[in-house]
Design a protein around this ligand. Structure first.
Ligand SMILES: [Zn+2]
Ligand SMILES: [Zn+2]
Length: 144
């Protein structure tokens, strides 16, 4: 980093946060950049990215990374889970878990004092599920 500044809430950061909180799509930094650019045409992707990292460090937003895909950001910080589509990368919020899901965080696991837990669902979203995939002439991947 070429220089260090005190972490004040800049107007840019406020706008980035506002735009993130407006959408529920859990955008990537570049997707959010496109939205922020409408309000701040001169902003750079790097600036958006840096501010997102900062906001995530502060706990103002959440960072999601799953399935080895690009990091996504979430402006909703109240507790919820996520379901990821393995085909198109869509992410949805899960506020109500299926009945019987173990949600209680144990106090200790294997001698560790537990501070939290993470749960992620992944699968095929309704849209991908309804689209026939036979357009691609690829042999099905053999996976265990
Ligand atoms: Zn999908
Ligand atoms: Zn979310």
């Amino acid at each position: 980093m070429p220089y260090r500044k005190r972490q004040r809430s800049t107007p840019q950061r406020r706008i980035i946060l506002e735009e993130l909180q407006k959408v529920r799509s859990h955008p990537t930094a570049s997707e959010l950049y496109e939205l922020v650019r409408i309000r701040i045409p001169k902003i750079s992707l790097g600036t958006v990215y840096r501010n997102l990292e900062l906001l995530a460090e502060q706990g103002t937003i959440k960072k999601l990374s799953a399935c080895g895909k690009e990091t996504r950001f979430d402006g909703v910080v109240n507790p919820h889970y996520h379901v990821f589509c393995c085909q198109c990368g869509r992410v949805d919020d899960v506020f109500d878990l299926p009945k019987g899901f173990p949600l209680e965080t144990p106090e200790y696991v294997c001698g560790y004092r537990i501070l939290g837990q993470r749960l992620e669902f992944f699968g095929i979203c309704p849209k991908c599920n309804s689209c026939p995939r036979d357009i691609q002439h690829e042999p099905p991947k053999e996976k265990e």
